[in-house]
Write a protein that binds this ligand. Structure first.
Ligand code: AMP
Ligand code: MG
Length: 409
């Protein structure tokens, strides 16, 4: 049996993503930020080191610096000390050595460092207990980064290690993509804000909270624009005003074919409808278009549909606009199912699952009831179980594709 909600005119998810990506003008805005403020931002251009790291030969051990020409049997006079930050810059004749500590400058006369554990000290001299070789325990100039070398390519999300790497190269400021301003609304006469008491027929508005969190996790700036009642004039006024201040506008609710669903009609009146209805479950009625140059995503109202459509469509598009990611580079894993999964061919499904490693095998179970109004199915999940459009039921023990939920996956 085929999915009753799937019709031949539905766009595949992959087609929808490439149509949206192609319709978007390039977003080439950047700003220069102090390094400390650049965490999780995206590099706008390649960053090259302006110095060698390290900029001088230094020791990787506490021990003695000497010439490897000395034989292990000889006794060597310790003629000074090279400390980290307090280099010894005099000559070190053969037959002599230096006391040296990790990170300290190695003078040109020395070409190896003997670990202190491999030397015996006696009255200002040492005897080496282990044969030494050229370059033992020496860190060479530029062995981490060379002057002029690319250290961080453009379009990289800057993580803690990257920040440290840039600091080690002496870089103070970074050009990063500007964050998009993403305005979002909830729509619906039934919505009450948290803090109010519920009247009969009302529900608390959760979508605005989920959306704010997801937009922030995507590295964009969430702008909470409130709730729009189910009235075409109110929708029109709200969307027009949002288009003046936002790069991207997102609504939830009002995109189906019910009598109180006005989003698509208003969008076609004040902007353009580029596409509507996608072969995914949940989330079929998503609409995408433009209002005065702002990209517009009308997401369905059910809370799980909001999360699935955001993660599968809005997020990759925002990431692409802000310089990272394409919809194809998310990490997909294969896991064995613990029970039969029910699916009808016709739409690509994103069931909510919990994946774990049991004795070296990834195993995934469903989080239970999959109604798109049930946020708990999402909250208890750590992955989507991705079932392709034409797939039917999946047997227990079959391998399925899972997509981890998380900010970096
Ligand atoms: P709609 O797409 O407007 O028909 O809404 C579909 C379902 O999602 C209905 O049950 C709505 O009550 C519910 N819904 C819509 N907006 C929200 C919201 N902001 N928070 C929670 N549930 C919502
Ligand atoms: Mg509604």
């Amino acid at each position: 049996m085929t999915d009753a909600c799937a019709t031949p005119d539905l766009l595949s998810l992959e087609n929808a993503l490439s149509q949206i990506a192609n319709a978007l003008p390039p977003y080439n805005q950047y700003e220069q930020l102090p390094l400390k403020q650049a965490l999780n931002r995206v590099t706008y251009s390649d960053i090259n080191s302006t110095v060698n790291v390290p900029s001088f030969r230094n020791s990787s051990m506490d021990g003695y610096a000497l010439s490897s020409k000395n034989s292990a049997t000889k006794s060597l006079t310790v003629i000074g000390t090279s400390w980290a930050g307090k280099p010894f810059t005099g000559d070190v004749p053969t037959d002599c050595c230096l006391r040296i500590f990790t990170g300290a400058y190695v003078p040109n006369d020395c070409d190896c460092v003997v670990m202190q554990e491999n030397a015996t000290q006696l009255n200002g001299t040492i005897k080496i207990n282990k044969p030494t070789q050229l370059d033992d325990n020496i860190r060479h100039i530029g062995d981490d980064s060379k002057c002029g070398e690319l250290v961080l390519p453009s379009n990289t999300i800057i993580n803690a290690a990257n920040i440290g790497l840039l600091a080690s190269c002496g870089i103070t400021d970074v050009a990063v993509y500007k964050q998009l301003n993403v305005g979002f609304f909830s729509t619906g006469d039934e919505l009450a804000s948290i803090g109010a008491s519920l009247e009969l027929g009302q529900i608390f508005d959760s979508n605005r909270y989920t959306l704010a969190a997801m937009i922030e996790q995507s590295g964009a700036i969430p702008i909470d624009m409130g709730v729009i009642v189910d009235n075409p004039q109110a929708v029109e006024t709200a969307l027009l005003s949002a288009s003046e201040q936002c790069d991207v506008i997102i609504t939830s609710g009002g995109v189906s074919v019910g009598e109180a669903d006005y989003i698509t009609d208003v969008l076609s009146k004040i902007g353009t409808v580029n596409l509507w209805r996608i072969a995914i479950k949940p989330g079929k009625p998503l609409v995408f278009g433009f209002i005065n140059g702002s990209a517009f995503f009308g997401l369905p109202g059910n809370p799980v549909s909001v999360m699935v459509t955001y993660q599968q469509i809005v997020r990759p598009i925002l990431e692409k606009m802000m310089g990272t990611g394409t919809h194809s580079n998310r990490l997909l894993l294969q896991a064995k199912t613990t029970a039969k999964l029910y699916k009808q061919p016709g739409r690509k499904e994103f069931q909510r699952g919990f994946v774990e490693n049991i004795n070296g095998q990834l195993v995934v179970s469903s989080t239970g009831e999959q109604g798109s109004h049930m946020l708990r199915s999402m909250a208890e999940a750590n992955c989507f179980i991705v079932l392709e459009q034409e797939t039917g039921n999946i047997n227990e023990g079959q391998l399925v594709t899972v997509q981890l939920l998380g900010t970096n996956t």
